[in-house]
Design a protein around this ligand. Structure first.
Ligand code: ADP
Ligand code: MG
Length: 244
């Protein structure tokens, strides 16, 4: 079933001095139970697509259809943790904003904090967490509202390589266990290959779709794929596609 359908999406920004064409006539769908990566060079319009899908930004033209009552969990490019709130308060912020901070949802957040090793830090502040822990906390906050689809904007880009792999595994497991969908934005081709079921390849700005690559659906963890696959050839061909 389709969760999101984007048709002929175009976005231009008007600044004082010039007009920036960010997105040029993009169309694609997102179905249930699939992880779709969007890859493309820095500044090509990837974050803009998620901002338009979450109504933070408006399209210049085109249409967007979403399944009725679709709940989107958006983890933005910067982790957006509030430094003056504790780990627990950050984790439950979305619940508070939506006025659904009830016992059931709080229990769920506590179980996620426990599962991802943050329970004992519940009363600490974000500054006392490592990069990986901050990222886990941002993810828990996003999951707290029980979304149907996760929007993950370069969630691993600031992490070191090992932390990145272990969090990729966690994220992949969560998405599969909850049977939800995700849009993962990345500029790392290998990350897209390890984590997704489909890859949308964008060009330099203004972004057009260069290709949509469908991978074999599987439940193999990213770290396992990293160990066993040689992605060199496909990585090179995608690289050429993006940069040509
Ligand atoms: P990406 O996420 O692919 O790195 P973005 O979607 O953030 O790229 O931005 C795409 C282009 O649009 C960039 O050139 C950026 O400078 C420009 N842009 C993004 N937001 C705005 C804005 N609010 N006003 C003007 N230009 C913007
Ligand atoms: Mg971005």
């Amino acid at each position: 079933m389709k969760l999101i359908s984007i048709s002929n999406l175009t976005k231009n920004y008007h600044t004082k001095t010039k007009e920036i064409e960010a997105i040029d006539n993009i169309s694609f769908d997102i179905n249930d139970n699939e992880i779709v990566s969007i890859i493309g060079p820095s500044g090509c319009g990837k974050s803009t697509i998620l901002n338009i899908l979450t109504n933070i930004d408006k399209p210049s033209s085109g249409s967007i259809e979403k399944k009725d009552n679709l709940k989107i969990g958006y983890m933005m490019q910067n982790d957006c943790l509030l430094p003056w709130l504790t780990v627990f308060e950050n984790a439950t912020l979305g619940l508070k904003l939506k006025s659904i901070k009830n016992k059931e949802n709080i229990d769920y957040v506590n179980s996620l904090l426990e599962k991802y090793g943050l329970k004992e830090f519940a009363n600490e502040y974000p500054r006392n967490l490592s990069g990986g822990m901050r990222q886990r906390l941002a993810l828990i906050r996003t999951l707290a509202i029980k979304p149907d689809i996760l929007f993950l904007d370069e969630p691993f880009s600031k992490l070191d390589y090992t932390t990145r792999l272990s969090i990729s595994d966690d994220v992949f497991k969560i998405i599969r266990e909850l049977n939800i969908s995700a849009i993962l934005i990345t500029h790392d081709i290998k990350e897209a290959l390890m984590l997704s079921d489909r890859i949308i390849v964008l060009s330099k700005r203004p972004a057009i779709i260069k290709d949509i690559i469908t991978l074999e659906y599987n439940d193999t963890l990213p770290s396992e794929k990293e160990r066993t696959n040689n992605y060199e050839e496909i990585t090179n061909s995608i690289w050429e596609l993006i940069n040509k």
